[in-house]
Design a protein around this ligand. Structure first.
Ligand SMILES: Cc1cc2nc3c(=O)[nH]c(=O)nc-3n(C[C@H](O)[C@H](O)[C@H](O)COP(=O)(O)OP(=O)(O)OC[C@H]3O[C@@H](n4cnc5c(N)ncnc54)[C@H](O)[C@@H]3O)c2cc1C
Length: 378
């Protein structure tokens, strides 16, 4: 009889998010026992790094600076890469259903499929406006719009609906791009449902961005929700109608609906509930990391920083769970350093109650981001 430790095990990773790329890298450096076969299924072969998207839009980076080639990364780690979108899983029969591939079987599963802007209650939102995620589709829509917009001289209205870090960085990147490379007359607006922008950041950071928006002439509407959108108009609370030419959805995070439908225990927003080992509370053979998970021991922000830190713990736990070894607990830090770019080569550093800004902060972020990408693209 084959001992349990040497039984063949199939581990399937769904999504090429931050935690999975770190885990793949680690599994390449420290290969698992030969009885463990690993595959990564992702909708895209080239994954766009969110931390560099604002800089790509501003024009500080070239596209090739910001992408990670998952096929190449997997080849190096002797992991099978499958380019396909997962549409459903069945945790009872342990099967995965994809759009471009026949179904897959797994012994252990990990999900790192990110999140998307919440659009449920906004009439017309699935048809009009551009969701900031998936990032690649957003970038394509922006570049297409930019090309068409540049063919006329009429004033344009750009509206970003959000108020978190990603929405602010994208708005300022678009502002920088248009004001430095075109003669286009553009009105910019940020609409934030919360009474203040960057609500999870310290007051100095909030004040800095409020003042900066004022200086750039960007209108900020706070405490109002967008309720509906049509081809050229937004309807905000109190039935105020606003015209737009390009609208970006950067509302708070929502989950992919098939995940909760599969029977995995999720919170009210469809994020998978996981324990300290990053393991589903309802299915011990399923792990979930990054934005698509809700870490029960402590509330953690949906941020790439936490997703990255979960990577090594996940890699360890997938192998440990396959071999019946004890699992490691993920211990998130309380505060994390945020470096928020302002469109130009300048950034704001925010850590808990502390704040500072300058060109040095941008250079620091640039160094961190380039080093992060380089480890996968060598
Ligand atoms: C503009 C912007 C800037 C940001 N900047 C920062 C920053 O500087 N620092 C920071 O910490 N956070 C930042 N964030 C937040 C950060 O992007 C997210 O928290 C982070 O991406 C979460 O990563 P993840 O690992 O959960 O998934 P993601 O990085 O979103 O990756 C999900 C992956 O899963 C794949 N996928 C999705 N669905 C499926 C499916 N059904 N089947 C197969 N594959 C699938 C996708 O193609 C993708 O490869 C930013 C966000 C935005 C929008």
């Amino acid at each position: 009889m084959i001992s349990q430790a040497y039984e063949k095990k199939d581990i399937c990773l769904i999504g090429g998010g931050h935690s999975h790329i770190i885990a793949v890298k680690q599994l390449g450096i420290h290969p698992p026992p030969p009885n463990i076969r690993i595959s990564l299924v992702c909708s895209d072969q080239f994954t766009l790094y969110s931390g560099m998207l604002p800089g790509l839009i501003s024009g500080h980076y070239l596209p090739e600076d910001c992408y990670i080639d998952l096929q190449k990364l997997c080849n190096q780690a002797k992991i099978t890469f499958i380019q396909s979108e997962v549409e459903q899983i069945d945790p009872h029969s342990k099967q995965i259903y994809c759009n471009l591939h026949s179904h897959l079987n797994y012994d252990l599963l990990s999900l790192n499929i990110g999140s998307q802007p919440m659009l449920h209650d906004i009439k017309g939102a699935t048809r009009y406006g551009c969701p900031i995620k998936p990032l690649k589709q957003f970038l394509q829509s922006w570049l297409k719009w930019l090309q068409v917009a540049q063919s006329t001289n009429e004033p344009k209205h750009i509206v970003v609906i959000g108020g978190g870090a990603g929405s602010i960085e994208i708005l300022l990147a678009i502002h920088y791009k248009l004001s430095h490379t075109t003669l286009q007359h553009v009105n910019f607006m940020l609409i934030c449902a919360h009474p203040n922008i960057l609500s999870s950041y310290n007051q100095c950071t909030q004040r800095y961005f409020n003042d900066y928006f004022k200086k750039l002439g960007i209108t900020v509407i706070k405490g109002k929700r967008v309720n509906a959108i049509s081809q050229h108009q937004l309807i905000v609370d109190d039935n105020i109608t606003l015209n737009y030419d390009f609208a970006v959805w950067a509302t708070h995070a929502d989950a992919q609906s098939w995940v909760a439908k599969s029977g995995l225990k999720c919170d009210n927003n469809g994020f998978i509930l996981v324990d300290q080992y990053l393991r589903s509370v309802s299915h011990t053979d399923v792990f979930a990391v990054g934005d698509c998970a809700n870490f029960i021991p402590m509330s953690i922000p949906k941020s790439g920083v936490y997703a990255v830190r979960q990577g090594p713990v996940l890699a360890n736990n997938l192998v440990a769970a396959s071999c019946n070894y004890p699992l490691l607990a993920f211990k998130p830090q309380k505060h994390f350093l945020s470096l928020l770019t302002t469109g130009d080569r300048h950034a704001v550093a925010s850590w808990g109650p502390l704040y500072a800004h300058g060109k040095w902060a941008w250079l620091w972020k640039n160094h961190i981001d380039r080093r992060f990408i380089a480890q996968f693209n060598q």
